[in-house]
Ligand binder design. Structure first.
Ligand SMILES: [Zn+2]
Ligand SMILES: [Zn+2]
Length: 541
């Protein structure tokens, strides 16, 4: 069996003195901040442990967890190079932040050498022997080499993610394979049963490819795959997978990346490469970068026939975005035939708010639902029919009773409406208003008299009268004692209490006691979400 990516098997983690000593050594490398020799966390995934990270992703040998300062600095420099950060050799804030970003679970070991060889081939024009650059590291020395020696490959979707219907998932996977066949000599065909060259499957936690390959729940490692000819791509079942532009991780983008590994590609240091180890949103740009195309063509050659004017087809993300939105709409209108619940009750939503009549409005993808005080849900309604000029989906939404206006947030911009009319001058850049990009949620908070936006571990406060961020913000989310980061939405109820939603759970924050006073499952426990009187599937509980 190929011993290549996702990562080499590692023995059980020694959390004793050696590891603690290492943390002390590293903290002394910190350029700024109070360096404290804290004991290593015994949290099972050790997500915030730089040593575990550098070992898992191939920058440090994992054998005994003992590394000298020179090794550590060199590993950090290599990581910074691949991550396109300033190469300082120090565990600075930007480096630690990048380590915490969602990414592929495949090791980065060998990326630098392979990339150098790829570039060398471009300039020298020589083709790689046996389709593979000659100086490849011996790490994954499969006797047959890390590529397929046939042109026609079959694939199979073994099981399905939660909250997405098989039809759109199948289309997304087919399109992801097509990205690669469009620019190479490969041809792919789905086989629903029987043997297949490449199998795609969703797993939770440890799934029998080694403790270091166990999935880690939402965020962190999203997926991993094996080099040829093992033909396996695994996805973390616990992620919130999406196909539309709304919150969560785009399954199409991650599938296309993991397929690259199953074809023999490793990670790329190029900023917009699909094979960059970090999660990339589906944007307007081409999904495949020049480096992705070069890498697959060096292995398998160019597409034969070149039927489209001699140019390989590399689809821009925007075109795919339109297609994915249509699939999502089909899911909203035809999905979940077994229940009368609105679709959002079974899973997740993008944003939630409440208008001046205490009607709750729930947003998901390109549609919304309304829940008046009696709990009777109406919808889904097309988002852009009520609020023309909005993007295909929003990331945060809030009605402000102070000025009776609707605020919507998506990407780098803010939209403001008086009823259904977009206010002059909008959409505006969040940077002009002093707000973060891609906020998690937004809500009007009477206690402060302002709009509040959460983003990761920080929050900002927008003065809706001046349309400026209040001074001294953003501040840390820990001001809101007990509220978790990464929420889907939040709203304040008429009694002033704040409800924060993340996946299926909610947290109620009391502004007087300044702490969380209740937690639970919103679809089951909160009648005003419009879900309580309908049956729940086991997935929610
Ligand atoms: Zn990867
Ligand atoms: Zn796996």
């Amino acid at each position: 069996m190929n011993a290549g990516p996702p990562a080499r098997r590692r023995g059980s983690l020694d959390l004793g003195g050696a590891a603690a000593a290492w943390v002390c050594a590293v903290t002394t490398l910190l350029a700024v901040g109070a360096a404290v020799c804290s004991p290593v966390s015994t949290e099972p995934h050790r997500r915030n442990d730089p040593q575990a990270f550098l070992e898992k992703y191939g920058y440090l040998h994992p054998d005994n967890h003992i590394h000298n300062t020179a090794e550590v600095q060199s590993a950090i420099r290599e990581f910074q190079w691949l991550s396109r950060l300033p190469v300082t050799g120090q565990l600075d804030g930007a480096t630690l932040t990048r380590m915490a970003e969602p990414r592929c679970g495949v090791t980065d070991e060998g990326t630098h050498d392979l990339w150098a060889q790829r570039i060398n081939l471009i300039f020298t024009g020589r083709t790689a022997p046996a389709g593979r650059p000659a100086l490849r590291k011996k790490r994954s020395s499969s006797p047959q080499g890390d590529k397929w020696y046939k042109r026609y490959l079959t694939y199979q979707i073994v099981n399905w993610p939660r909250h997405l219907s098989p039809g759109p998932v199948r289309l997304a996977v087919r399109t992801a394979f097509q990205l690669w066949s469009n620019v190479s000599g490969l041809v792919f065909r789905e086989v629903p049963g029987g043997p297949a060259d490449i199998r795609l499957a969703f797993y939770k936690g440890d799934h029998n490819d080694g403790a270091s390959n166990a999935f880690d729940g939402p965020g962190g490692t999203l997926a991993h795959a094996f080099l040829p000819q093992r033909g396996e791509a695994h996805f973390d079942m616990s992620e919130r997978w999406t196909l539309n532009g709304h919150k969560g991780h785009n399954l199409f983008m991650v599938t296309a990346h993991e397929i690259g590994h199953t074809l023999g590609l490793e990670h790329s240091p190029v900023r917009h490469a699909l094979m960059s180890p970090y999660y990339r949103r589906l944007g307007r740009n081409l999904v495949l970068s020049w480096d992705d195309v070069t890498a697959v063509q060096q292995l398998y050659g160019e597409r034969e026939g070149k039927p489209l004017g001699g140019r390989p087809v590399s689809l821009p993300g925007q075109v795919l975005g339109w297609g994915l939105r249509d699939w999502e709409l089909a899911e909203v209108h035809h999905g979940n035939p077994d229940t009368t619940q609105p679709l959002y009750c079974q899973g997740v939503f993008d944003a939630i708010t409440m208008d001046q009549n205490n009607t709750v409005v729930v947003f998901r993808g390109s549609v919304y639902w309304t829940v008046p005080s009696n709990g009777n849900v109406s919808g889904p309604f097309p988002l852009r029919r009520r609020w023309p000029h909005l993007p295909l989906a929003v990331e945060a939404a809030a009605f402000s009773p102070l000025d009776s206006k609707w605020y919507f947030f998506k990407g780098k911009r803010t939209w403001r409406y008086s009823d259904s009319a977009l206010d002059p001058g909008f959409p505006r850049q969040n940077s002009e208003l002093g707000l973060p990009h891609h906020p998690d949620c937004a809500f009007y908070y009477a206690t402060l008299g302002h709009m509040v936006l959460f983003k990761g571990s920080r929050y900002s406060v927008l003065n809706v009268e001046t349309l400026r961020s209040e001074p001294y913000y953003p501040r840390r989310l820990s001001d809101w004692s007990g509220l978790p980061p990464g929420s889907n939405g939040a709203l304040a109820r008429p009694d002033g209490r704040l409800y924060l939603f993340r996946e299926q759970r909610f947290w109620r924050f009391d502004p007087v006691k300044v702490r969380v006073t209740r937690q639970g499952h919103w679809a089951r426990d909160l009648g005003w979400t419009g879900c309580r009187n309908t049956p729940l599937s086991n997935e929610i509980l």
